[in-house]
Design a protein around this ligand. Structure first.
Ligand code: PFF
Length: 451
């Protein structure tokens, strides 16, 4: 007899776990610095357009494929394509992408836990300028012991949760971590916007200046929407495979995308008003979170505790994302090789940890070791996030709209959603067949330098 596949115990459990996958370092680390470097409110508006026109339709498609087949990415494509090797390959590409992303994403996630520990120890207390903050970051992240040690610790947390399975591990973690994360972010937003001089930062986030928008900005916004929604590698597909056929996919997808976008925008309101209030510049690039922010808290009343809150928040956001990456590869091995989840996740954790070690050393001893001019870390990030994710996204859209076909996809989508607004469903069909594949192809070609 086939063992029962686990299912989410409630709709809210599914939404929180999936929003947990989406809300991550992308929202709290990357989105604010992209906003800061690309014109504030104008970038936010552009981002919202990309989320609605490309992100949401593919979120629905990915969850739908998983829920229909009730299998991991490879198993799902195999089943729905009637064992067509090309589509099985697309499922496999998703699993491999998850593997690669987890290996380096976990390194940055490790830094966030490292920063919680350093904040508690008071390491940042007497540092009074961003340059010294940057030097401190370099000395921490280039220490092999610090960087690899926290990479390991974060992998232990991830493995620990996935070990317990879908309801007792992932769903429970989402139900605890996501509300805590929302409370922390709201507290930090209130702290930021009530500082004297915060208004300038608020204006920066609400007054759009479109003159700064270029084609490159549009591509950045689209790429960010993709990464932030965990699209294109089977994470949403895998989470969808644990969803009951009674649930409404479009309405759940809207909640997930809405939460992800809400948290990204809140992250902007958490950071910029405080930054402007202290007379610091918004266009600091990736250095913003780890170099500038720890120092910024020194000038804020209650800064010691708010700094701990901030890095805790970052760690929790990252953890709900690493869990989803781990679940993709775990479900693949468990389904395909019929292994036991518990032992599988421990072995996979050790393998992914080992593959991530060179990434953890990329800021230190392996700094000068480059392949095609990129460090190990940057190379992995480029291949996975700029090439494999968009590629996966294009094929998920093409599969749903053309190969598996709308004729078969639609009845499956309407299970649990037969009362959903027909105009919205028609719009989804148009977006998934035409708009999404073309737009994602453009991001892919541009990141390959073809455009
Ligand atoms: N969405 C996550 C973030 O914004 O940080 C990153 C991510 C998680 C991408 C899980 C892909 C994924 F499967």
């Amino acid at each position: 007899m086939k063992p029962e596949r686990e299912q989410w115990s409630s709709k809210i459990g599914f939404i929180l776990a999936t929003a947990g996958s989406a809300v991550g370092l992308g929202n709290i680390w990357k989105f604010p610095y992209l906003v800061g470097e690309n014109g504030g409110a104008a970038f936010i508006i552009l981002y919202l357009i990309c989320v609605v026109l490309v992100g949401l339709p593919i979120v629905i498609a990915e969850i739908l494929i998983g829920r229909t087949a009730q299998k991991n990415p490879v198993g799902s494509f195999r089943e729905l394509s009637k064992s067509n090797p090309f589509w099985i390959g697309i499922g496999l590409l998703g699993v491999i992408t998850g593997f690669i992303i987890l290996s380096y994403y976990n390194v940055i996630a490790g830094w966030s836990i490292g920063y919680v520990v350093e904040s508690i120890k008071g390491t940042f207390e007497n540092i009074d300028n961003p340059k010294a903050g940057g030097d401190l970051f370099i000395s921490l992240s280039s220490s092999s012991f610090w960087s690899v040690g926290f990479h390991f610790l974060f992998m232990v947390f991830t493995v620990y949760i996935v070990y317990f399975g879908v309801t007792k591990g992932i769903e429970k973690a989402g139900k605890i971590l996501m509300p805590t994360l929302l409370i922390l972010i709201i507290l930090l937003v209130i702290r930021g916007v009530t500082l004297e001089g915060a208004q300038k930062g608020i204006n920066y986030l609400i007054q759009a200046d479109f003159s700064v928008i270029t084609t490159k900005t549009v591509l950045l916004a689209l790429g960010q929407a993709f990464f932030s929604l965990s699209l294109g590698m089977g994470a949403l597909l895998t989470y969808g495979s644990y969803m009951s056929k009674k649930e409404n996919i479009p309405s759940s997808a809207i909640s997930i995308v809405g939460l992800d976008t809400f948290v990204a925008i809140l992250a902007g309101f958490m950071i910029f008003p405080a930054l402007f209030a202290l007379g610091m510049q918004p266009d600091q690039g990736p250095a913003l979170i780890y170099n500038i922010l720890p120092i910024m808290f020194n000038y804020i009343p209650g800064g010691y505790i708010f700094r701990i809150f901030f890095f805790l928040l970052l760690s929790m956001a990252a953890l709900t994302s690493t869990i989803s990456l781990m679940e993709v590869i775990t479900s693949f091995v468990v389904d395909e090789l019929k292994t036991k989840r518990e032992i599988t996740v421990i072995i996979l954790g050790l393998i992914v940890f080992s593959i991530g070690v060179p990434s953890a050393l990329s800021s230190g001893v392996l700094k000068d070791f480059t392949i095609f001019g990129l460090t190990y870390f940057d190379l992995f990030d480029f291949i996975a996030a700029n090439i494999f994710l968009p590629l996966g996204g294009i094929f998920i859209a093409l599969f749903t709209g053309w190969f598996w076909s709308i004729k078969k996809a639609l009845p499956s989508l309407l299970e649990g959603a037969d009362d959903f607004n027909p105009t919205l469903i028609k719009t989804w069909i148009f977006l998934i067949k035409f708009v999404a594949p073309v737009m994602v192809l453009i991001i892919l070609l541009s990141s390959l330098g073809v455009l």
